[in-house]
Design a protein around this ligand. Structure first.
Ligand code: ARG
Length: 476
């Protein structure tokens, strides 16, 4: 039963697509209902794989020709038809038909209109099941390559920021409480490490994406004398999927990608959180260039860090897509099930979100200006060099636990007096340990504190510079 509202809704949802009602095949006595047609169609979103669909079809046709399954004339006709289809799609002339369900049937039908029987022969030894699995892998491979380039650009931009701030001191935090002085360059390098592992994860995932399902046909393989290695070579796949049932049904490569993408976004989100905090006037460690910020429609004074906030928010949807794909897969028996059509929207949106976010962050990193005075002022509060004083006493022979206790008493005294450790006189400090000598004031300075952590992975400016050199070498 159709209500007027439902009819109107269906019209709106389908009006951009031409209609032509026909039964599925001679096996059927009636066409599917409009509602079912709309429900089962994927052409709304899978048409963006058209270029990969054509690429896969041409490789398949070339192999069919080489194996004498279709003629050279058929292949020439298919090539000619595909050139025209590609042009029609690019110019927006291509008429996408909802009735033809998905990108695969739309292209095949148009091909047959253009070149006749050769178009009908294209699907020999192939199914939409191995076809769609191939298209997704081609799409995802290109997306990963794009993401790797963007991650590299972001790392490079962050390395420039780190280099400019190899000596800039700010407080490092644990539990959001001032812990020890660190250099801003060192802090930024922590993100470079995260994005470098993200790059490795994407490159590793690509290996499992880059395998060819074509040849699996519907699920069991085909009776035609196909050459799968040849198709793999044409399409630049590293190898062929070695089990036909697995090839058409599993989407673990897409899940793996979404997991890697969720980690990229998680790292982006952590960095975003810090950018937002640092830009708050209460902290004032950085400013972000105006072109990445927006104002308020009511409060004229506002300049809001919308880009990092939105990126933090978008992390939620990418995490959601990972869960969507895991859930999509968990109950499916072998082999292909229509459930798998639901893999595309989460996957596309994941890739789109990561690509847009990385592009904007690589750009925004160059628009971060640092306020070293504010960072320094913050580092001078909160007894950030207390550990340095304890280490000093240890070097003079006191066991660490005793040194820890002596400095704790000194800090407590300073809290009560409202002063810093370095404000105390030598005599005052000696009241907490007789081991304190005149050389103590060097270790109480911020510069002395960071410079002393001079080992691989430490915050000393010298180490930051060495780490930048190593990280730059890894960019290529
Ligand atoms: N549009 C389908 C998908 O995305 C293509 C494969 C359909 N195969 C089938 N036997 N219905 O998964």
């Amino acid at each position: 039963m159709k209500t007027a509202a439902l009819t109107a809704f269906l019209f709106i949802m389908t009006s951009q697509f031409s209609k032509k009602s026909e039964a599925w095949s001679a096996r059927f006595s009636e066409p599917v209902s409009d509602l079912v047609k709309r429900y089962t169609a994927s052409v709304f979103f899978d048409k963006r794989m058209a270029v990969f669909d054509i690429q896969g079809s041409l490789a398949h046709a070339e192999m069919l020709t080489a194996q004498n399954i279709i003629t050279a004339q058929d292949y020439a006709d298919i090539q000619r038809g595909m050139v025209q289809i590609q042009e029609e799609i690019e110019s927006g002339q291509f008429e996408w038909l909802l009735d033809l369900e998905d990108v695969h049937l739309n292209i095949e039908k148009r091909l047959t209109e253009l070149v006749g029987d050769a178009g009908k022969r294209l699907h020999t030894g192939r199914s939409r099941n191995d076809q769609v699995a191939t298209d997704i892998r081609l799409y995802l491979r290109a997306a990963i390559d794009n993401i790797v380039v963007l991650l590299t650009a972001l790392r490079s931009a962050l390395l420039d920021l780190a280099e400019k701030n190899a000596d800039t001191i700010l407080p490092g935090f644990t539990h959001m409480q001032v812990a020890q002085p660190i250099t801003f360059g060192h802090h930024i390098l922590a993100y470079v490490e995260m994005f470098s592992r993200d790059t490795e994860r994407m490159q590793d995932c690509r290996k499992r994406v880059n395998r060819l399902p074509l040849g699996a046909a519907a699920l069991a393989g085909t009776t035609f004398p196909i050459d799968r290695e040849r198709v793999a070579k044409t399409l630049d796949f590293d190898e062929v999927c070695s089990n036909s049932l697995d090839a058409v049904s599993d989407r673990d490569f897409a899940i793996e990608f979404c997991a890697a993408a969720a980690l990229v976004m998680t790292h982006i989100s952590r960095m975003s959180e810090e950018l937002v905090i640092w830009m708050s006037p209460r902290v004032g460690f950085i400013d972000i260039a105006d072109r990445f910020c927006t104002g308020s429609s009511i409060m004229p004074q506002k300049k809001n860090p919308d880009v990092p906030e939105l990126a933090r928010g978008k992390t939620g949807r990418v995490n959601g897509h990972l869960i969507a794909l895991l859930t999509l897969m968990k109950g499916q028996p072998l082999a292909y099930n229509k459930d798998n059509q639901e893999d595309k929207e989460p996957l596309f949106d994941t890739a789109d979100t990561v690509i847009d976010t990385l592009r904007i962050f690589a750009d925004m990193a160059g628009g971060i200006s640092v306020k070293p005075e504010a960072m320094r002022a913050a580092a001078l509060q909160g007894y950030a060099t207390a550990t340095d004083l304890a280490d000093y006493l240890v070097k003079k022979g006191l066991p660490f636990r005793d040194a820890h206790e002596a400095v704790a008493l000194a800090v407590r005294h300073c809290v009560e007096q409202g002063c810093d450790l370095s404000d105390m006189s030598l005599e005052q400090l000696q009241a907490f340990s007789t081991l304190v000598g005149a050389d103590v004031f060097e270790v109480l300075t911020l510069e002395g504190s960071v410079a002393a952590r001079n080992h691989i992975g430490g915050t000393a400016p010298q180490q930051v510079r060495l780490a930048i050199t190593r990280a730059r070498a890894k960019l290529n």
